[in-house]
Design a protein around this ligand. Structure first.
Ligand SMILES: [Zn+2]
Ligand SMILES: [Zn+2]
Length: 264
């Protein structure tokens, strides 16, 4: 059983539950540790943590660490967007994600996803820009985990917008994956779009996961949950997919680094 979730959001950014509600839900689900990953502040973006609330978020995490010591280990994380300021002070681990490209949104609505593709002149060019943006995070040593690596496909269930079997898609994704893996980044299997009803499978796709396995990649499982009720959404499904793609271990953050544990 998965013991840890390092990706979730709270009322400090665009989540519906408080950090304490998330902590209690994690304990109810039997997790031994939880990381809460606040969206990095970005001007004019209401889904991000407001800059003036960052200190309060860190203080609240500190309070909860003390209150729940011995029951659950808690970590203060940041979901950094490549378009945000690099300010990692006071965060114990960093998830690197790409939600915004050239002022266009990858994942906020289907219409905006289509507008992004049109802005870049088609799906092939959009995929090139999207994955190059991810690959750029190989250069940021603080980034530990690659968040929802193929978020671009959020509205593309069953190939509704373009074909992810195309050589151009696979080449762009594989190249970015290889760059990030060579830089030691860990990839997350992310069930956020399942709990919100957009997809039936986690990110990344099995094809990408198989490639990640083949190049010696490492994975964590996380829910990107925005409410306490989905804190461990589809974790069993993730474990099954991970195994079917060749993985026999998951990686866990321990407060100072990552260590592997066998998939049971
Ligand atoms: Zn995200
Ligand atoms: Zn997130």
């Amino acid at each position: 059983m998965v013991q840890q979730n390092l990706h979730c959001h709270t009322t400090f950014d665009d989540g519906a539950s408080t950090p304490e509600e998330m902590v209690c839900a994690a304990m109810e689900h039997g997790l031994s540790s939880l990381g809460i990953s606040a969206h990095a502040p970005m001007d004019g973006e209401d889904w991000c943590t407001p800059k003036e609330k960052e200190a309060a978020f860190k203080a609240e995490m500190q309070r909860l660490k003390v209150k729940y010591a011995g029951k659950i280990a808690l970590y203060t994380g940041l979901e950094y967007d490549a378009a945000a300021e690099k300010n990692f002070d006071g965060y114990e681990y960093i998830i690197g994600s790409g939600h915004v490209l050239d002022g266009f949104y990858v994942d906020s609505t289907r219409e905006r996803a289509i507008a992004l593709i049109e802005h870049f002149g088609g799906a092939e060019k959009a995929a090139d820009v999207f994955f190059a943006n991810y690959a750029s995070m190989a250069q940021i040593p603080e980034v530990d985990i690659v968040g929802h690596f193929d978020l671009l496909t959020k509205y593309n269930e069953q190939g509704a917008l373009y074909d992810t079997q195309s050589a151009w898609y696979r080449d762009a994704a594989f190249a970015a994956m290889e760059t990030l893996n060579a830089a030691g980044k860990i990839f997350e299997m992310n069930t956020g779009a399942i709990s919100r009803g957009y997809r039936t499978t986690p990110y990344p796709s099995p094809e990408l996961l198989r490639h990640l396995h083949d190049i010696g990649g490492r994975i964590v499982i996380s829910s990107d949950s925005h409410s306490a009720s989905s804190i461990c959404c589809a974790f069993e499904q993730c474990e099954q997919i991970a195994r079917s793609c060749g993985f026999d271990e998951l990686w866990y953050f321990n407060g100072s680094g990552f260590e592997p544990e066998k998939l049971s």
